[in-house]
Design a protein around this ligand. Sequence first.
Ligand code: GCB
Length: 599
Amino acid sequence: MDRLQKICKAQIIAVLLAVFLAGRTNAQTAMANDASRNSTSLNGKWKVLSDPGAAGDWKKVWIEPKPQKKTDFFEYSFDGAPELNVPGDFNSQLCELAFYEGAVWYKKTVTLKKKNSRQFLYFGAVNYSADVYFNEEKLGSHEGGFTPFQFEITDKIKDGDNTIIVKADNRRLENGIPGLGYDWLNYGGITREVKIIETPKTYIEDYSIQLEKGSLGNVLGWIRLNGENLTQEIIVKIPELNIIYRTKTNSNGYAKLEFSSKFKLWSPQNPKRYHVIVECDTDSISDEIGFRSIESQGSEILLNKKTIFIKAINIHEENPMKKSRAFSLDDDRLLLNSAKELGCNLVRLAHYPHNEDMVEEAEKMGLMVWSELPIYQNIKFSDSLVPHKMRHMLQEMIARDKNRCAVVVWSLSNETYPGTPNRDKALIDLTKECKAIDSTRLVTHVINTQGYANNAFHVWDPLYNYSDLVALNEYIGWYIPWQGKPSEVKWKIDFSNKPVFISEFGAEALYGARNVPADQAAYWSEGYQEQVYKNQIEMFNTVPNLRGVCPWLLYDYRSLGRMHPVYQKGYNRKGLISENGEKKKAWHIINNYYKEDKK
Ligand code: GCB
């Protein structure tokens, strides 16, 4: 068995194990490249019943009996229920659900026909967990609010009306990922698209087509078929390069792909993508794929073998104008155009995988993507289910975006704490797993445990031994006051030969707070925030091996813990832009910094 086959097998075993142990996660991992499949959209209005008393399970609301006798009644009904738009979070659509964290039952009736092909019910994401019923039968469950999943419904479809009922539950779980506490709004519901995807009986379930690590011309990948007819000839075509590559799948439906060409490489300056067609006898699928290499070498980050300085911005998946979770192309473009205007070459999509189109749009626009798992702050690593949930989310994140060359970083965790029982083992195992599934990207952990005293930083967390970047969050000037001149900060970094990336820094400011003291944090003034940014930029010159920075963050965003009644009003105000699109003074500081040519 070659290495790629082993990786593929390891992936399957990991998924099966996670399914077995996590229990709740028995949905299938979504097929690759869902967007190019024949599908019937189930977006639009769905009937909903909110279930704050958690009564729906024992009442079995997925079964909808109608009163037969005069004395019959049932204490629930979707008839007459309000409707919500899918995709979309429920919090922003019904004012009584504004801060709701619990179950909402969704129902959609769809007219279908039995067919000779295969049919899959596909969800782009449901936050946080989903129980899915089809014609009163439970298909299964999924846990994790930010990745796609599917169920095969080929044999369950009836000619005529078919009913889909979904329990979407965004209750926080002690052993959830994220756990109980996080600094963003917990938008719940069917937050991404829903559709029925049709495929041939034996279809191309998954494939990986990217450059081999360190190579500028050699593609190393694999393909996997699903169905009865697993041994088939495979052809990969890239017409623009006259590539017609042939291979054959083995009895497991698996084939390794390896070919070379002289690619025009994808980069922020030239976000070139090629039309790629993958064919077998029974199926054909097309994609737009870019080719680039990303590596860290000593203290450098190399894109296509050339050193690069990362000019990044943190983004939450929220449309600030609509005050809702972002999901549409318009939402994505609003955020990404703002990142471009700021002068960025990378977007850190914090702190969970954002929607699929966001990644694709970033790729088209020449923005590199940092994709992250919601392993955020206090995770209960010692809970026996948590490592399996982590692996499952990792596997789903990579499965969806592995052919997006824009994704250059898999970020596996943010601000976890070394003292947390089982943290190190769980995250080290996860890192190994990530590298085994995808060896082509940088893998990182983001950490905020460095010490800052007497104007000196000590960066020491041993998790950095397993990270390609020393990615650190520091809020000097906001949560921690300066302890000397920014230009004289001293550094002791215990991992001296790795690129350093300041993944978060910043300060809060209310847009328009200009005629107030700019030297006192408690006035939330734009001037104070601006000064923090000026100081930070001075400090950047002191950081050894600094290879990129990433302000926290692009837009002010909703977060319940931000309770100041005058300045915050439920918003984290560290945005460079207000929720109404107004640029704060600090925006210009970073914009100018990013205009400088940095190597
Ligand atoms: C952090 C977190 C980010 C927070 C930010 C803040 O370190 O990573 O999610 O929202 O600080 O504003 O405090």
